[in-house]
Design a binder for this molecule. Sequence first.
Ligand SMILES: Nc1ncnc2c1ncn2[C@@H]1O[C@H](COP(=O)(O)OP(=O)(O)O)[C@@H](O)[C@H]1O
Ligand SMILES: [Mg+2]
Length: 303
Amino acid sequence: MARKISFINYKGGVGKTSLIVNIAASLAKLGKRVLLCDFDTQSNASIWLLRLDRWNKINAAGEGSIYSIFDPGKAQVKDLVVKDVVEGKTGEKLLPGLDLVPTTFNLVDLENEYSGDPKRPHYLVFFEQLKSIEADYDFILFDCPPNILRASQCGVFASNEIYVPVNPDALSLIGFTLLTEKLYKFHQLSASFRSSAMGVPAQVQGLIFNSIKAGVDIEVPKMRLQLRLNQFKTAKRAAPNAKIFDTQIRDAMVVRRAVALGLPVALVGSEATDAGPGGDNVINDYRKLASEMIQHFNNPFAS
Ligand SMILES: Nc1ncnc2c1ncn2[C@@H]1O[C@H](COP(=O)(O)OP(=O)(O)O)[C@@H](O)[C@H]1O
Ligand SMILES: [Mg+2]
């Protein structure tokens, strides 16, 4: 059964998209079958992985992106999957095993213009459609915007785990606190649509320090975060075995460059040998994090 994980924080710019894209690539390189679902209207992950020309076509067509399962509502999630999404300049497949459900800017209409059937909320529509392809994957990852509005709700409802990227600053701690409260409220709101077969509603399972500059000591922010996490665990608002991941991702220029190249960092090396001395190291960070994620498995059906 696929592990389904939402990457979310109430703070923007912490590195959710960079983490999810590079971890998805690392998992695929480790031989896992990975589906990334983009639920952020800004479409950063989709533009990154498809590159602008392919993404533009989908955006202009107004179909082929996630919003089309809601409006006009004829498409199915399974029809939207872009298989082995990462391609080279001549269309050769560079990273078999990493698939994408893309989004485009029209996803913003889910927040206001869409008025579905109250008996079948948007997140239930998505969840039910996702079921038909779940068996094809080891990991299904959801890139969410920094809120729990409708688009995020689709990812959160379908997930069994929540991963929170953080930076070593006070705003990340506030973002994590806010997220935990909003998650709790959403789970109450959506409880009547859950069945026992879905496992427990997703709680925070992992916190990941991202973009850590060389020489910066993160012990104090880490301790504060650990204290807050402990409080949430006691209050049963975080998963019992939730943790701050041992692996942290360093700040590296190549992460920013990778976006421009339309490649996950792990593939930049072959195209851009001038990636810089930090290039190799951050690739190892992502690989280690992917391995740590594989180890940190929490059975959502265990009581
Ligand atoms: N490890 C890193 N090293 C350097 N820059 C990073 C790193 N992770 C993210 N960034 C940069 O930080 C910015 C925000 O990252 P992004 O993944 O878009 O955040 P979010 O999805 O949370 O808004 C981007 O410009 C990205 O390239
Ligand atoms: Mg993002």
